[in-house]
Design a protein around this ligand. Structure first.
Ligand code: HEM
Length: 505
C-alpha cells in the first residue's frame, strides 16, 4: 500500500517525472494550433454591436416593454450607436438585428433560399409543430396553399366580406349610449366570432363558442408568457387549454366524418374544417394545428389593429370627419338603389379609409419583428451574416424612421395620398402609397411568407370603421396606450365611452 502511494506521489511530483514536460508541450501545441486556425480563417466583417451577458446576451433589454408608437429604448440606443444593422445575442443565440428597410426586404424575399423561419421553440411548442408559422419547405407550401384558398379574393368577395359586416354589426349594435367598456375586448369579440364561424361554423354567443373563447384566452396568455412548463405557470395552463381546444376541434371533425360515413350529412365546405376534411390529405394532428394557428394569426392581429384605429382617431378629429363624409356618401348611394349590405365595390370606394388603415398599421405596428436564421454565409453591404445565426428583421423600424417618414410619430392618414399635406395632422412630405408600399411599408411581412390574411385584415378594419363612424362618437375613458410585450397590447384594455349618433341623415 505504502509502495503504491509513493508511486502515485512520485508520478504527481513535477520535478522528478517526464509527465509534466510532455503535458506542457501538449498545451503549447494546442495553443499554437488554435491561434493558427484563427489566423487561417478569413476575418469576418460582422456588423458592430455587443453580445451582452453569457447565454441571455441582450435579451432583457430587447424584450423590455415599450410604447408601440416607438421602436423602444433598446433599438433607439443601438441604432444611434451602431447603425441600422447590428449584432447582438438574443434568445440565447448570436443574432443580426436589422432596422434597415433594404436588408429586411432582402431577408424576406430570400426566405427558403438564404434564410429560414426560426421562431423560438417555445412558440412551436404551444402553436404546434404543424403550425404554419413554424413550418418550412414543402409542408409550409401545402399548408399555405390551403390558407390562401380559404382566404382567396373570390371567397372574400362572395362570402367573407358579407360576414365581416354581419359580425361587426353584432358587436357595434350591442353598444349602449353613454356606456364605457374595453374597446380591445370588443374588437376581439368581433374578430374571434368571425374566425370561429368561418373556421368551425361556431355561432356567436353559443355555450361552446364561449367555452372555446375562454380556453383561447388562456392559451394566448401562455403564448405571451415566459415558456416555463412548471405547475401553476401561464405556459403550463396554456398547454392545457391548447389540448382542450384540440380535443374540441377533433370532436367536431369526428362528428362530421361520422355523419358523412353514416349517410346523414354533406360536407360543410363553407368552413375551413369542412374544406380540409374534404380536400386535403392532412392528418388529424396537422388539421388541428392548422385550425389553431389560423385562429391565432387571424384573430389577435386584426383585433389589435382595430383597437389601434379606435385609439389613434380621436387624436385627429379631422380624420374622423373625413371618414364620416366618405362613409355617409357610400351609405347614401346604397340607400338610393335599395341596397343594404356593403359590397366589394363599396369597399374599394373607401379611399380615405384605406389611408387610415395604412396609417394605423404604420404607426401601431401590430407585428414588430420576425424570426429568421441564415442558411448560408451571407454578405450584405459589406457585412458578413454567418450561417446559422439568428436574423431579426425589425419590420416596424422603417415605419418609424424619421429619414423615411416625415414626423413618424404623428398619426397622419393624408401622407398616404398623392397630394400630401392637408389638415391639422398633415405632413409636408406626403409619401404616396405607391412609392412606399414595396420597400418601406411591410406590416404584413413579405416574400413567400407574406401574410395570407392581409386583405381580410384590411376588410375587417375598413368595415368596422364604416359602421363605427356612422353610429358613434367615442372618447378614451381613461388614459391608456399600446405597449409592446412584444405582442402589442393595451394594458387597461383601451376603455372608451361611446355616444350614439346617426350620421346618416
Ligand atoms: C392587421 C392584421 C395582421 C397583421 C399585421 C399580420 C401580419 C403578419 C405577418 C407580419 C406575417 C408574416 C410572419 C412571418 O413572416 O414570419 C403574417 C403571416 C400570416 N398571417 Fe397575418 N397578419 C394580420 C392578419 C391576419 C389575418 C386576418 C389572417 C387570417 C387568418 C392572417 C393569417 C396569416 C397566416 C396564415 C400567416 C402565415 C403565412 C405563411 O407563413 O405563409 N393574418 N401575418
Amino acid at each position: 500500500m505504502s509502495d503504491s502511494l509513493s508511486t502515485f506521489f512520485s508520478l504527481s511530483s513535477c520535478s522528478s517525472s517526464p509527465f509534466f514536460p510532455l503535458l506542457a508541450l501538449l498545451v503549447i501545441f494546442i495553443f499554437i494550433f488554435i491561434i493558427k486556425r484563427r489566423q487561417s480563417k478569413p476575418k469576418l466583417n460582422l456588423p458592430p454591436g455587443k453580445m451582452g451577458w453569457p447565454f441571455i446576451g441582450e435579451s432583457i433589454g430587447y424584450l423590455r416593454p415599450y410604447s408601440a408608437t416607438t421602436v423602444g429604448e433598446y433599438m433607439d440606443q443601438h441604432i444611434a450607436r451602431y447603425g441600422k444593422i447590428f449584432k447582438s445575442k438574443l434568445f440565447g443565440e448570436p443574432a443580426i438585428v436589422s432596422a434597415d428597410a433594404g436588408l429586411n426586404k432582402f431577408i424576406l424575399q430570400n426566405d427558403g433560399k438564404l434564410f429560414q423561419v426560426s421562431y423560438p421553440s417555445s412558440l412551436g411548442g404551444i402553436l404546434g409543430k404543424w403550425s404554419m408559422l413554424v413550418l418550412v419547405g414543402d409542408m409550409h407550401r401545402d399548408m399555405r396553399a390551403i390558407s390562401l384558398n380559404f382566404l382567396s379574393q373570390a371567397r372574400l368577395k362572395a362570402h367573407l366580406l358579407k360576414d365581416v359586416e354581419k359580425h361587426s354589426l353584432i358587436v357595434l349594435n350591442s353598444w349602449k349610449h353613454n356606456s364605457t367598456f374595453s374597446a380591445q375586448d370588443e374588437a376581439k369579440r368581433f374578430t374571434f366570432n368571425f374566425m370561429a364561424k368561418h373556421i368551425l361554423s361556431l355561432d356567436p354567443g353559443n355555450v361552446e363558442t364561449e367555452h372555446i373563447k375562454d380556453m383561447y384566452a388562456n392559451f394566448m396568455k401562455g403564448v405571451v408568457s415566459v415558456p416555463l412548463n412548471l405547475p401553476g405557470t401561464a405556459y403550463r395552463k396554456a398547454l392545457k387549454s391548447r389540448n382542450t381546444i384540440l380535443k374540441f376541434i377533433e370532436g367536431k371533425s369526428n362528428e362530421r366524418v361520422g355523419k358523412i360515413e353514416g349517410g346523414n350529412g354533406t360536407w360543410e365546405e363553407d368552413d375551413l374544417l369542412g374544406w380540409v376534411l374534404k380536400n386535403s390529405k392532412l392528418s388529424t394532428e396537422q388539421i388541428l394545428d392548422l385550425v389553431l394557428s389560423l385562429l391565432f394569426a387571424g384573430h389577435e392581429t386584426s383585433s389589435i389593429a382595430i383597437s389601434l384605429a379606435i385609439y389613434f382617431l380621436p387624436g385627429c378629429p379631422q380624420a374622423i370627419e373625413q371618414l364620416r363624409e366618405e362613409h355617409r356618401e357610400i351609405a347614401r348611394a346604397k340607400k338610393q338603389v335599395g341596397n343594404v349590405e356593403l359590397t366589394w365595390d363599396d369597399y374599394k370606394r373607401m379611399e380615405f379609409t384605406h389611408c387610415v388603415v395604412n396609417e394605423t398599421l404604420r404607426l401601431g405596428n401590430v407585428v414588430r419583428y420576425l424570426h429568421r436564421k441564415a442558411l448560408k454565409d451571407i454578405q450584405y453591404k459589406g457585412y458578413d451574416i454567418p450561417c446559422g445565426w439568428k436574423v431579426l428583421p425589425v419590420i416596424a423600424a422603417p415605419h418609424l424612421d424619421p429619414s423615411l417618414f416625415d414626423q413618424p410619430q404623428q398619426f397622419n392618414p393624408w401622407r398616404w395620398q398623392n397630394n400630401g399635406g392637408r389638415g391639422n395632422c398633415s405632413s409636408s412630405k406626403g409619401n404616396s402609397a405607391n412609392t412606399v408600399s414595396n420597400n418601406l411599408f411591410s406590416p404584413f411581412g413579405g416574400g413567400p411568407r407574406l401574410c395570407a390574411g392581409a386583405e381580410l385584415a384590411k376588410i375587417e378594419m375598413a368595415i368596422f370603421i364604416h359602421h363605427l363612424v356612422l353610429k358613434y362618437d367615442w372618447e378614451l375613458a381613461s388614459s391608456d396606450e399600446p405597449y409592446v410585450y412584444p405582442f402589442v397590447d393595451f394594458p387597461k384594455g383601451l376603455p372608451i365611452t361611446v355616444k350614439t349618433h346617426s350620421y346618416l341623415s
